[in-house]
Design a protein around this ligand. Structure first.
Ligand SMILES: Nc1ncnc2c1ncn2[C@@H]1O[C@H](COP(=O)(O)OP(=O)(O)O)[C@@H](O)[C@H]1O
Ligand SMILES: [Mg+2]
Length: 333
């Protein structure tokens, strides 16, 4: 369990983090999102004890680590496994030797190192790459070595600052799969600092958005998605597909996030009064489930004209309706 309480960080008279409070129970993943310059890396340095907060506390399993010094601080840092954007691997060392580094620093015996490294290699799916050099690995495999090394000393929690930025989508998915496995299997608390909404959609249990050093929004992912006033919720919808459409058709976007939107909303559109004289074409539609909440986005082209009451019919069923094409905007007005 990590508890960040009233964390403030100033550099000179600049406040970079302003009264941040967040907590992550064991077995959960918190995603911290925010634009460049928001203070994400500073937060990550404070919660990995590389940077001392100006005020506030960071507790790990109930113990306040933010005021420690010297040897105690060094021990405290071992409770955090840090995963970097680019795994800082030593070029001339094999995969196994890179993973062994933190264990060597601790003075572990060769036999115990070998045993530990073997189990870490299996855990991250690199058992057959043991004697490879970093240059012989793909980006995703290097990241796995970094994760194995972060796990070497049995940390209480994992922290990653942009670990999947720069990886292609399928590699990102597999790394996120590994992280969620570590959460579930080892019961680790994990903080993922990221600018990618994909990370939030795929694996986060809770999310915090920071901007200008402050928390703008935070909560469990399912609560955030269901909050109609949340701007994060809109970003978590499936991406709007870029579908070309005729300039003179009425194109509407219908979106929703709900535990109980009637799943037949699209087929039941035929019961909208007056719709029988119109043709409804689905230009695109995507639906997914995020932490048990169904979210969807569809583009509908209606011709020759949208029946009066079409949008209110859908709104009454908990869907959001927006006019997309100029002609639909006229109809909506
Ligand atoms: N050591 C430092 N001294 C002064 N300002 C800093 C220092 N580190 C970061 N900052 C400033 O804090 C702000 C947040 O930076 P950072 O935490 O790196 O944001 P992010 O990771 O979200 O892009 C930036 O404006 C940056 O210039
Ligand atoms: Mg950063």
């Amino acid at each position: 369990m990590i508890e960040i309480e009233n964390l403030t960080k100033r550099f000179g008279d600049r406040t970079v983090l302003d009264d941040i409070s967040l907590s992550v129970p064991n077995g959960e993943i918190l995603a911290v999102v925010g634009p460049s310059g928001a203070g994400k890396t500073t937060l990550s340095r404070c919660v990995s004890f590389l940077e001392r907060p100006t005020s506030g506390t960071v507790r790990v399993d109930g113990k306040d680590f933010s005021r420690l010094e010297g040897a105690e601080l060094v021990t405290a840092r071992r409770s955090v496994g840090v995963i970097f954007q680019t795994a800082p691997l030593l070029r001339r060392r094999t995969v196994a030797q890179n993973i062994a580094l933190p264990l060597e620093y601790l003075g572990a015996t060769d036999a115990s190192i070998d045993k530990r490294v073997t189990s870490l290699l299996e855990r991250v799916g690199l058992a057959d790459r043991r004697d490879y050099l970093p240059a012989q690995l793909s980006g995703g495999q290097k990241q796995r070595v970094g994760i194995a090394r972060a796990l070497a000393l049995g940390p209480s929690y994992l922290l990653s600052d942009e670990a999947t930025s720069g990886l292609d989508p399928s590699t990102t998915k597999s790394i996120l799969g590994l992280l969620s496995h570590l959460r579930d299997d080892l019961g680790l608390a994990i903080i993922l600092i990221t600018h990618e909404m994909e990370v939030v959609r795929e694996i986060a249990d809770s999310v915090a958005r920071i901007d200008g050093g402050r928390i703008i929004e935070s909560g469990s992912v399912s609560d955030v998605i269901l909050d109609p006033t949340s701007s994060l919720a809109r970003e978590l919808l499936p991406d709007r597909p870029s579908v070309p459409f005729e300039g003179d058709s009425e194109v509407w976007e219908v979106s929703y996030a709900s535990r109980n939107v009637p799943l037949d909303w699209l087929t039941s559109i035929h019961t909208v009064p007056g719709i029988s004289g119109a043709q409804v074409n689905v230009l695109s539609a995507s639906v997914e489930s995020i932490r048990g909440v169904a979210v969807g986005r569809a583009l509908l082209a209606i011709s020759p004209i949208t029946p009066v009451g079409f949008d209110s019919y859908l709104r009454e069923r908990g869907l959001h309706v927006t006019a997309v094409s100029a002609k639909a905007k006229e109809a909506a007005a």
